[in-house]
Design a protein around this ligand. Structure first.
Ligand SMILES: *Cc1c(COP(=O)(O)O)cnc(C)c1O
Length: 353
């Protein structure tokens, strides 16, 4: 039996994507593996171009001045790359969690960073609202989904300055107006593919406005000019990401997966709310549809609950050390049946206790 994979990342991918990726590992092009052909060969260039085009298409960003790139270094490298490319004097950041905090820390190396709002004092259990974004800042940065704390921005501020968003853990999971952002980045290993590549979507006209010299590998323009092939791209991660994007398109796109994700979240949160043994961590209005964080009210039940989870094949629900308790990550590829299996264990615990 395959375990129900609630891992926060790297995480569950669609079965058919894993199957096709493993086939390509053995034979992608006339007996050659995807990882042993030249990245400049036509078959791989086609993969890269298809992945880039599908990313824009699925987010509704085709023909709107955006370019999609598959880079390396994880979302963590984007923390500094964003600053290097866009920060001239001052930028505003919304501090909603560990990842946002790290993005701020990296950007501060280069210049002045202002926290427009923060929920740090409440251990990030909610999303601050009603803050001002000064209009003379170079850009505003936010994190759409806070993977560790289980909060998600349900709406985004309106501003005339460029908006940058770390969407590592909820890109392609819901319908929003993606064109309100000028730069979006996401490490692949949550909703897209294996670790090793980071999707960056950038509106070209926000680039080229800073006075500093940018090292080539850190320069979005260089990567755009080279069609995301400035140096050897992470071929296997890009190929697998392309397969996931194809899978999503065949399913009916972001709208179709959003419906499934909402259903999974409803099932999960109604159990957390109705079961007297458990308590949700995040403020209700800010709850993430991707990562549900919760705790057991009575620590004495911990061992029993965890043993029952193992018995039911539930894997990867331990909360992050900064929150404790549990975290059920319900990314695009997690089935409703997996959520039902976890909820069943929770209600069985209630009937036993
Ligand atoms: C996982 C995660 C990151 C870090 O991604 P890496 O690819 O490991 O650098 C950054 N931001 C968010 C929101 C994440 O969930």
């Amino acid at each position: 039996m395959k375990l129900h994979n609630f891992s926060a990342g790297p995480c569950v991918l669609p079965k058919e994507v894993i199957t096709k990726a493993s086939e390509a590992l053995l034979d992608f092009d006339n007996g050659l593996s995807i990882i042993e052909i030249s990245h400049r060969s036509k078959p791989f260039v086609d993969v890269m171009e298809k992945a880039r085009a599908l990313a824009l298409e699925l987010l509704g960003l085709e023909g709107k001045g955006y370019k999609a790139l598959f880079l390396q270094g994880g979302a963590s490298t984007q923390f500094l790359m964003v600053a290097l490319n866009l920060l001239e004097k001052r930028a505003g950041y919304l501090n909603t969690g560990t990842w946002a905090d790290k993005a701020i820390k990296e950007a501060r190396i280069y210049d002045d960073i202002y926290e427009v709002a923060s929920s740090k004092q409440a251990n990030y259990n909610y999303i601050p609202k009603g803050y001002d974004i000064p209009s003379d800042y170079d850009y505003f940065h936010c994190t759409s989904n806070n993977t560790i704390f289980g909060t998600q921005m349900k709406s985004f501020p309106k501003t005339d300055i460029p908006m940058v968003c770390d969407m590592s853990s909820d890109i392609f999971s819901r319908v929003i107006d993606y064109s309100q952002f000028d730069l979006i980045y996401a490490g692949a290993q949550k909703n897209l593919g294996p670790a090793g590549t980071t999707l960056v979507i950038v509106k070209e006209d926000i680039l080229g406005k800073v006075s500093r010299k940018i090292p080539s590998m850190m320069d979005y323009k260089v990567h755009i000019d080279k069609s995301s092939m400035f140096n050897t791209p992470p071929v296997f991660a890009v190929y697998t990401s392309m397969l996931t994007l194809e899978w999503l398109k065949n399913l009916g796109g972001v709208k179709a997966i959003e419906e499934v994700n909402e259903m999974k979240a409803r099932i999960m949160y109604s159990e957390i709310d109705l079961n007297p043994l458990f308590k949700g961590f995040a403020a209700k209005e800010d709850r993430s549809n991707m990562n549900a964080t919760f705790t057991l009210l009575n620590d004495d039940l911990k061992e029993t609950f965890e043993a029952m989870c193992i018995e039911a094949g539930i894997s990867g629900i331990n909360g992050h050390r900064s929150v404790g308790g549990y975290r059920a990550s319900m990314y695009n590829a997690l089935s409703i049946d997996s959520v039902k299996a976890l909820v069943e264990v929770m209600s069985e615990l209630e009937s036993k206790a």
